[in-house]
Design a binder for this molecule. Structure first.
Ligand SMILES: C[S@@+](CC[C@H](N)C(=O)[O-])C[C@H]1O[C@@H](n2cnc3c(N)ncnc32)[C@H](O)[C@@H]1O
Length: 216
């Protein structure tokens, strides 16, 4: 991940955006539909970064509720400001500032229909592999919060992370489909490019992609 310059006052600035940043997300656990005020399915992006993917998706799919999860407050604040500057904050989009290891505290079993992992940090050192968002520690949480037949959609530029993820999904009995080793050779219909995706694609790097259905 690119180094993020820590900026004093970010937390305070973020708290002012309580129209989009959910301040005590654990209180919404099992009650997200009530919070959104409708019965729409919920799709989340874990490690949303500056949020281009989510704000595009939220406009493209008004019949879905979106929740973005981001660990670094400076990055989240940047995402919120970008949304404000552009077309405003879509009513079907909310953001959460937290470490994804705590996802089970904010979502009840089966509350989410789809998880997106876009260009997750590769954590190449073996000693850091438990931080990879496709490590079993995370896959078990996704399986719990996803509804029956819920899916993880994963894109990355990083071959090592992709290989690790294929093994990890299969070890945890997820059903893999639509595996692509160079996604731009046959772009999936409706693909929404993320900030990192655009950057790596312009550098000529192949983009790996897969979809994984949670174990029965
Ligand atoms: C390489 S960026 C990709 C951003 C965006 N998804 C994209 O494709 O442009 C990865 C993002 O995941 C966030 N992240 C990494 N580990 C996380 C975790 N455990 N929980 C929540 N966010 C995390 C990082 O802070 C960073 O913003």
């Amino acid at each position: 991940m690119a180094r993020v310059r820590r900026q004093p006052g970010t937390k305070e600035a973020l708290l002012k955006y309580d129209n989009v940043v959910v301040l005590e997300p654990e209180k919404r656990c099992g009650r997200w539909r009530e919070y959104f005020g409708n019965d729409q399915p919920i799709w989340i992006e874990v490690g949303m970064g500056k949020g281009k993917f989510l704000r595009t998706m939220a406009r493209q799919y008004p019949e879905i509720n979106f929740i973005g999860v981001e660990l670094i407050e400076e990055v989240l604040l940047d995402a919120v400001k970008r949304m404000e500057r552009e077309e405003g904050i879509p009513s079907n989009l909310r953001l959460v500032w937290m470490n994804a290891v705590q996802l089970s505290n904010i979502f009840a079993e089966g509350e989410v229909a789809r998880v997106y992992l876009n260009f997750s940090d590769p954590w190449p050192k073996s000693g850091h592999k438990k931080r990879r968002l496709t490590h079993q520690i995370f896959l078990d949480q996704y399986a719990r919060l996803l509804a029956a037949e819920g899916e993880v959609h994963f894109k990355t530029d990083n071959q090592g992370l992709f290989e690790f993820s294929l093994n990890e999904f299969s070890r945890c009995h997820w059903q893999l489909k639509n595996i692509q080793l160079d996604m731009y050779k046959k772009l999936p219909e409706g693909n929404v490019a993320t900030e990192y995706e655009t950057k790596f694609h312009l550098q000529g790097m192949p983009i790996y992609r897969l979809e994984a259905v949670k174990p029965v």
